[in-house]
Design a protein around this ligand. Structure first.
Ligand SMILES: [Zn+2]
Length: 679
């Protein structure tokens, strides 16, 4: 079947529409066979770019480019068949990757290249690639004796399986719960666009009435807008107990054992490599150097934000008591109370804002901003096959007409699509015989979809998410680095990856940016200046509470991976309780199981890395401050940012890139100012 396997076709882009789950394993098998042959016959003498790095890059890219649609389709068109295909492919690739890292001959070639005469002739990005490869060989266990190597490989396999099962449980638990309302009396307070979303969801399931699910737009809508407290409670319980021993599906998709297994395996792996803890192992590839550096960073932010967060919490409770008749505000009331206080303070209703953020116009506005800042051309192409009719495809060219990148944008939530939002790699930029292969990205969001009577409208939070993912996309696609291992976001320290994405978020709050695209979808009227101003001012609203929530996740994740010891187990709930006591602002109900659906840290690659969001936000806040100081649309500033960061891939440590852009060390004051916290 090889000749007919779309995953094996020489591609500029994957043949979406023709790729089926049954293509996955045969394609991966065939590529792995070829790659193993290539590696076996490799005899670089002397090892240099042509004899070693280019053949390995071609082999690695071919594998990555075949696997990326498999991984992506499992996330955006999930089905039992795709899960199986993904799992099986992942297992084969994990085995191959471990063999590669345990290959002493290969490691020897890299060492020889590093120490030989060819080294100084290597371009700087290639040197960096070699240095990172040598590090990865060491972290992959190349020095381990045979028995330990075997165990290391087994751990890699078991971890891959456990992490995938963790995500499957979350997806299944999310899909398993729904509530059908036969009449809309319980939806009192719900703005029309959301009612319409629930009605359309019922219709899509062949039902009459209003269907509430645990998809993110549905949960947010209920918690923020439903006046019916019982309904908010029901949704809150179902959502916060997903994949756990609590809630409506208690025990059915329970991740409790998987959490223990994942931690045990990670710990064993860290020990094999002589790291004291999982956190120490994780930091080996980060900007932050020691666990205490991360803990100090988090504790410091907690101290700085606690007072304000407490005041905000108190204010919400008082408002709930005095204005809304809630004598005791509970967590399922919080978003609803907050929205009401926001309305009373800023006169901004989510439902009034939403019509100004029609999906099409918002996406176009975001692209126009990038075009303006970085002198690009971005055009949509309708002749490219995708996996769903809602998906759009774009190309980015620079002023000289050079194709810099391409991306798919999948904007709306739908059944069988994983929640959240992310940027995924479809291809890394690299040099090929036929010319440069541009970087290709998948941008995935989960905004509410259009209905028969209404175009898709984003909430402002959806707009922020969209800009965030596009920021990752720019980092991936504007790269000028031709070496796949350090191009785009490859080779960038994990705790610096959120730098361009969070930088991009800032623009959604600027009236000067909003008045370029935020128009009422019916009247065409621009978002009134005064309303845009109030939106900007509202950015600091409850910023202390939001920050504390992120710090709670970050501190929990870091301590979990720092303090884990097999003899006492994960202590998940105890640890969460300790962290919440330290944060000391709001109470969390006993039944809540935060860890059980925390995909970032158990299956999303953020092991002891959730702090990265705040760590990188110091960089992004300080970067945006440069734009504020030098002029928001200052082309020089934008060019400097593109040159020093967006186009530079992982060729230098992020700390150096920051110094090159800002001319000094990063300073957290800009971030704290943005959040309304005294710097
Ligand atoms: Zn991100």
């Amino acid at each position: 079947m090889d000749s007919a396997n779309p995953l094996l076709e020489e591609r500029p882009l994957p043949a979406f529409g023709r790729i089926l789950p049954q293509h996955a394993c045969p394609a991966i098998d065939s590529i792995l066979d070829e790659n193993r042959d290539l590696i076996k016959n490799l005899n670089p003498d002397p090892p240099n770019e042509a004899s070693l790095l280019l053949p390995l890059e071609a082999a690695g890219s071919r594998l990555q480019e075949a696997f990326s649609p498999i991984q992506h389709l499992r996330a955006v068109c999930d089905s039992p068949e795709w899960r199986e295909a993904y799992q099986a492919s992942l297992q084969k690739i994990t085995e191959y990757n471990t063999d590669l890292l345990h290959n002493k001959d290969l490691y020897g070639y890299f060492l020889k290249l590093r120490e030989g005469e060819e080294w100084l002739g290597l371009p700087m990005p290639r040197q960096r690639e070699v240095i990172l490869s040598l590090r990865d060989y060491r972290l992959g266990g190349v020095h381990l004796p045979k028995e330990k190597k075997k165990r290391f490989a087994e751990i890699e396999q078991e971890l891959a399986t456990c992490c995938a099962r963790f995500t499957d449980n979350v997806t299944d638990a999310t899909g398993a719960w729904s509530l059908l309302l036969a009449e809309d009396a319980r939806l009192e307070g719900m703005p029309a666009p959301y009612r319409e979303m629930f009605r359309a969801d019922a219709e899509a399931h062949g039902l009459d009435g209003w269907r509430i699910s645990l998809m993110p737009p549905s949960v947010q809508a209920i918690l923020t807008h439903a006046n019916n407290r019982g309904l908010r409670h029901e949704v809150y319980v179902a959502y916060t107990t997903r994949a756990s021993d609590q809630g409506p599906h208690a025990g059915k998709y329970d991740n409790t054992d998987l959490i223990e297994q994942i931690l045990r395996l990670r710990y064993e792996q860290a020990q094999l490599l002589n790291f004291a803890t999982i956190a120490d192992h994780a930091l080996a590839t980060r900007m932050a150097e020691t666990p205490s550096q991360v803990l100090d960073f988090l504790h410091d932010l907690i101290e700085r934000a606690r007072e304000q967060a407490k005041n905000e919490w108190q204010e919400l409770r008082e408002f709930a008591r005095n204005e809304l008749g809630l004598s005791e505000m509970r967590r399922w009331d919080q978003a609803w109370v907050r929205e009401r206080l926001r309305i009373s303070r800023y006169g901004l209703r989510e439902a009034e804002l939403k019509p100004f953020f029609a999906a099409d116009a918002t996406i176009q506005g975001m692209l126009d901003l990038a075009v303006d800042l970085f002198q690009l051309e971005i055009s949509r192409r309708d002749d490219v096959a995708t996996w769903h009719p809602d998906v759009r495809f774009y190309e980015i060219r620079d002023a000289g007409g050079e194709l810099r990148g391409q991306f798919y944008l999948d904007p709306y939530a739908r059944p069988h699509k994983h929640g959240g939002a992310w940027m995924g790699t479809c291809a890394n930029r690299r040099r090929r015989e036929t010319g440069a292969q541009p970087a290709v990205a998948y941008l995935t969001c989960n905004g509410s979809p259009p209905t028969a009577d209404m175009p898709a409208l984003f909430g402002h939070a959806d707009v922020v998410t969209l800009f965030h993912e596009f920021g990752h996309g720019l980092h991936h696609m504007l790269t000028r680095v031709d070496c796949a291992g350090v191009s785009g976001i490859e080779g960038v320290e994990w705790d610096a990856v959120e730098w361009p994405s969070q930088w991009m978020e800032n623009w959604c709050w600027e009236p000067e940016v909003l008045n370029r695209f935020a128009r009422h979808y019916q009247s065409g009227q621009l978002l009134p200046e005064e309303m845009a101003g109030r939106l900007r001012d509202s950015r600091i609203f409850n910023a202390g509470l939001d920050l504390m929530r992120q710090l709670e996740f970050a501190l929990f994740d870091f301590r979990l991976h720092l303090e884990y010891r097999p003899e006492r187990g994960a202590r998940v709930e105890e640890l969460l309780a300790e962290v919440r006591r330290e944060i000391g602002v709001m109470e969390t109900p006993e039944f809540v199981r935060t860890a059980h659906s925390f995909e970032h840290i158990f299956s999303g690659g953020y092991t002891a890395g959730y702090y990265s969001y705040k760590w990188a936000e110091v960089l992004s806040g300080d970067t945006y401050a440069a734009f504020q100081e030098e002029g928001l649309f200052n082309k020089e500033t934008a060019k400097r940012f593109a040159d020093c960061v967006l186009s530079a891939g992982g060729v230098r440590p992020a700390a150096e890139m920051f110094r090159a852009f800002r001319g000094r060390e990063p300073n957290p004051d800009a971030l704290l100012r943005q959040m309304g916290l005294a710097a």
